[in-house]
Design a protein around this ligand. Sequence first.
Ligand code: G6P
Length: 368
Amino acid sequence: SAAEKGGYEHFMFKEIMEQPEAVRKTLSPRIKDGRIILDDIELEPDYIKGLSRIYIVGCGSAYHVGVVAKYNMEKLVRIPVEAVLASEFRYASPLVDASTLVICISQSGTTADTIAAMREAKKLGARVLSIVNVVGSVIASESDYCLYTWAGPEIAVATTKAYSTQLAVTYLIALVLAESRGTITSAAYASLVDGLQALPSALEEALKLKEHIQYLASIYFNKENIFFIGRNIDYALTLEASLKLKEISYIHSDAYAAGELKHGTISLIEEGTLVIAMASYIKLVDKTVSNIVEVKSRGAEILTLTTESGLNHVTHTSDNIITIPDIHEVLLPSLAVVPMQLFAYYVALMRGCSIDKPRNLAKSVTVE
Ligand code: G6P
């Protein structure tokens, strides 16, 4: 009913709008007097110091959270971090022992492939830390430690608020590990904590883009092929932006590291092909712009997502622009994903798709 949907037409839209609150509920109990306190888990300082690597395992959007976290954690914690699809992990003879931390991400806590990966990791001697939304689910109960995302029930098949709260938890883990291993200065720690505290209100700002995104969707909803490009955390974001769009709108789309396009995919670019360039990460914005120029000169239409600081770098090469507020660079993916969720939503709406229950998809996949 409409009441269940908070007065909105779809659960997906309701859940998109709930993100500031879901992220606030996930973060605020774990930030006390400017410090991150994860008292629901006990990672001893010696264990953290002895870590040799981290694997992050999940399926679908949960895996995409892992790809963002790989970039951020390696930057902050300075040990190898790999994001691996749960369905690949256990058949790839992963390099797992007691000095490995395996982070399993799952909204439902019941995805068969992720459960199997978790059990394999434990068998190989790793500790498993899970990030789960459904309280008491298999992954939450069988993992060594669980950090819940307090997103509340997520009904739409296409995840939004679970993705955002999972990302939020990865920031907390990165900060705790970095502090323990001495890889972050106290000033950098403090500035990231400040950023985290400002995140819910920054998400509210990002949601105000919805009318602009609806307008952009009205321009582009008839496209049959869309390419997403980005570098670093923006590349990680393109994976999720592309999946969100294709799963509910049935438009074929793919995500590419911006520098990789010229090694093959650029042959698919023709007059009017839509390329969505994610360029929020200011350090690499000009590198992405050079890739935008490559596709624009082959006829592509360019929709660019950037920040207020990135804006003057991209105006001359973009047909349309989405500008998100500036925020600590580690946290950019949390803001950048919001307009992409809204874009997928409005495009699917304009194409008359079954938004909350796309064809062929299940909310939780309990078979291998
Ligand atoms: C399904 C859903 C995806 C989700 C994936 C992992 O395929 O359609 O949206 O990302 O499962 O689900 P989980 O519950 O483990 O996060």
